[in-house]
Structures are given as C-alpha cells and as structure tokens.
Design a protein around this ligand. Sequence first.
Ligand SMILES: [Zn+2]
Length: 250
Amino acid sequence: MLLFDIYIILLGLLFGSFFNVVAIRLLNQQSIAFPPSHCPHCKHKLSVFDLVPVFSYLFLKGKCRYCQSKITPLYLFGELLTATSIFVVYKFVGLQHELIPALILTILLVISILTDIRKQLILDVVTFPMLGLLIITRLFIGTEPFWYYLLGGVVGFALLLLVAIVSRGGMGGGDVKLYAAIGVALGPQMTVMSLVLASFVGAVIGGFLLVCGIVKRKQPIAFGPFIFIGTVAAYLFGQKIWNWYMSLLW
Ligand SMILES: [Zn+2]
C-alpha cells in the first residue's frame, strides 16, 4: 500500500511537470509537443536531468544549468501542487468510479491555477474540454441523477455570472466558465458551498495580504487559488462542513 502511495506521488510530480509546460505553452499560444523543452532565456534544449520534477529544481538551486538564469519557483509550485492534490483526492475518494470525475476536476483546477497565477487567465482551451469530459462522465458516474449535476453546472455558471456583473470585471469570464465545470462535478449544493468557502478564504487571505502591505488596495489578485481551495474543501468535506455549521446553529 505504501509503495502504491509513493507511486501515486511520483506520478503526480510527473503530471505536475507536464501541466507546467501545458500552462506556459497555452498562455503563449505555442504547441504543447514542439519544440522540446528549453530554457526560456538561453533557449538551450533541456536534457532529461533538467526535467526531473522537484529534484532538478533543488539540485540546480533554481538556476538554468547553461546560462545560470533564475528559474521561477512557479515550476516547483506546479509540481508540488499537482502531486499533493492528486494524492489527497486519491486518498479521500479511494479507488472507485468517482475518482474519475474527481481527477478530471483536479486537473482542470490545477492547470487553471497555474495560468491564473502567471497571467490572471483561465483558458477556454482548458475549461471547455474538461467541462465536456465532466458532463460525459456524469452520465455514468455519480450518486445523484444526471440532471442534478447538469443543474450544478447551470447554478455555478449563473452564480459566477452574477458575481462578475456585480463586481464589474473583478471576476473574469474564465472564472464563470470554470464554475460551470465545477458545478457539473459537484452538483448545485456543494457548488454553492465551494463559492462560499472560496470567498471566505479569499477575504481572509486577501485581507491579511492587504494589512501586511504585500498587495495594494485595488490591485487585482488571482481568484483561482481560492476557487481551488473552496472547491476541493467542498468536494471532499462539504457534508462534514455543512453538518458542523448546522450544529453551531442549534
Ligand atoms: Zn538558460
């Protein structure tokens, strides 16, 4: 069992490394397969030893082996984030059919965070195929009937559209479409909870960053990471959080 866990983590790191490339190349509107990975500064082609997740970054101390340019720690972040979230989802959902939509959602969220942090964009080329996959998956997999998940998609889309209109562009169109996909994965009830949690975490962390002077008022912050936290929490622990909240009221 432990060996399988390690295997999942290593697989997660490799996927993370791949998602980094996907995020960067889609943002730059480049092909994912060509040209082969190279240093963005000196254009030197990277060898297998430069591409080992986490270890290459640590071993090279975050610098390009050929030109000594600094490599952004976002690479490391993407690898660790992917590995951690895939492992956590696998551990909590377990080896059952539900793991399929759970992983599709995880991959969508991870790539969206990576593009959102880099350029404050959540891309349709990522969201739409994953949304399609989730709809197809929900035809066959789920504890609720199919219409329930479709309703979730509509609720997610409508709620975020409302927020986008009210906030006058504080929330982008990418977030709105992302929430349609989240809705199909979670169903309406947990979609609402995910948004509540995301807003709560966003307000707490955003307020903290503001007080510490790390960000300035009016400076846009990517909402993607908060959507990620709220959605994963609602998906994995939604019912528990709900029960706990209700117990406070009575
Ligand atoms: Zn270089």
